[in-house]
Design a protein around this ligand. Sequence first.
Ligand code: NAD
Length: 263
Amino acid sequence: MQTDLDGKVALVCAASKGLGRAAARSLAGEGCRVAVCARHADELARAAAAIAAETGAEVLPVAADVSERADVARLVETTVRHFGGLDILVTNAGGPKSGVFDTLGEDDWRAAVNLTFLSVVLLCMEAVPHLRRRGGGRIINITSVSVKQPIDGLMLSNALRAAVAGFSKTLATELGPDGILVNCVAPGYTRTDRVTEIAEATAAREGIAAAEVEARLVRHVPLGRLGEPRELGDLVAFLASARGSYITGTTIPVDGGFVKGLL
Ligand code: NAD
């Protein structure tokens, strides 16, 4: 399938590994010039160089913490200064702490609001004027299937990703007349370092093999396996392209059929 992404400028957050990196890889593979961010400069520089080597695209690493207001402003400004504009924003961050109501204190909630919700709002505040200047663009938020079907033990994710979904839907309505399309992509269980580490930690705690934990995770996935990061990255590239030109204000799961609801 051909896209029109050649030469477009994308900013992909939290992209030194996992889903963010896969989204950056898919966009770069379609010819985008891509800025990537993560907190740790060394790891990020290695990821940017690898994506550039794999795709031939220009990839700009900008070390930044998306939960910090000043970092977000510098990140968007550096991207725009380097590439001359911005067409596509992909928001993402590390996952919020796991836990249930009884184990989470006010500090946990405030940290998660900053990381999971406010980072998206702040990135949009910085990016939207630049998208408007281009006459349109795309905002794609990486959330989670927890917005469709809350996951036990992930109170912060369940609560705050729903806030991102509400924000995105409203923003899509407000920015439609500007030609800016806003959507969320909702990964199910996907084979990233985060999921591998959680499986290994659970296995060690329970004295079982990591493969057994993985088998437990995919028991409720009709396709019977974890997703691969590229499978989410390719949806991001589709939504970013002209191929996704009538899709806005929605959340699309990439979950192997995990979500049991109809919508
Ligand atoms: P990961 O741990 O493999 O990668 C996370 C990336 O985010 C890394 O590049 C890390 O450096 C970066 N990062 C973390 N905090 C940051 C911050 N404050 N500022 C900038 N960069 C930061 O994780 P992943 O599996 O790719 O998950 C990405 C997001 O998707 C998370 O929010 C996660 O909760 C969510 N998610 C993942 C899955 C899954 O199965 N992998 C499922 C549903 C939702």
